[in-house]
Write a protein that binds this ligand. Structure first.
Ligand SMILES: N[C@@H](CCC(=O)N[C@@H](CS)C(=O)NCC(=O)O)C(=O)O
Length: 216
């Protein structure tokens, strides 16, 4: 049995969970709060971050490493395109999510509006969130609007790690009350809504919404 370690509201934990769901692989989610985890947790996640992963062969840390490993151990359905250029583009979109969207969606918006008030019982910096929404989201959304166009998926004609890496970040934004304006970014709004409608995303989004409702 596979174990995924982490908290369900982490976009990186969610990426792994959705990836496993798309592969129809069963797993157990072992709750870990990275900010309070003991030193033992560093044996499987040396940087102390979530997610971490364990199967009968190995332990791993980092969502990108975990997904790449699972692709090798469970190649179907293919989530990393075979064609070299398509493969690189899928990795690029995953990185655009991890390295480009996460610091802003997570640190400047989700953290201020959800994590700090709900879990630290303090007031978040709403001015920081508003500024990020007004100034930092538009260029990120403009790029994605241009990349997705009228297509269903970012790379080729099937779901890839690129779609999962982008769409997982938009779940945190959704929890923080922000979705792309469908007048200004019609293709992006349509695309994100359709990926979030997939059973893999729908299940975790509903679970997270129930947890956040309870925490309020
Ligand atoms: N590159 C890592 C990033 C993981 C990450 O930053 N996780 C956050 C939670 S969303 C974390 O564990 N933060 C705690 C820390 O950095 O100490 C991945 O893809 O798994």
């Amino acid at each position: 049995m596979i174990t995924v370690y982490g908290a369900n509201i982490s976009p990186f934990v969610r990426k792994v969970r959705v990836f496993l769901a798309e592969k129809h692989i069963a797993y157990k989610l072992e709750p870990v709060n990275p900010f309070t985890a003991g030193s033992d947790y560093r044996k499987i996640s040396p940087l102390g971050r979530i997610p971490a992963f364990q199967d009968d062969k190995t332990t791993l840390a980092d969502s990108s490493v975990i997904c790449a490993y699972v692709e090798r151990t469970n190649p179907q359905p293919v989530l990393y395109p075979m064609d070299a250029v398509a493969y690189a583009r899928a990795l690029w979109f995953e990185e655009y999510g991890d390295g480009g969207l996460a610091p802003i969606f997570g640190g400047e918006i989700f953290r201020q509006r959800i994590v700090i008030p709900l879990f630290f019982k303090q007031q978040g910096d709403e001015a920081m969130a508003q500024k990020a929404i007004a100034e930092k989201l538009p260029p990120l959304f403009d790029y994605l609007e241009g990349q997705i166009g009228e297509k269903a998926f970012l790379v080729g004609d099937q779901l890839s790690i690129g779609d999962l890496g982008i769409a997982t970040q938009f779940v945190n934004l959704h929890h923080a009350g922000v979705t792309p304006d469908s007048q200004r970014w019609p293709q992006l709004a349509r695309y994100i809504a359709s990926i979030h409608e997939r059973p893999s995303f729908k299940a975790v989004i509903e679970e997270e919404e129930a947890g956040l409702k309870k925490a309020k």
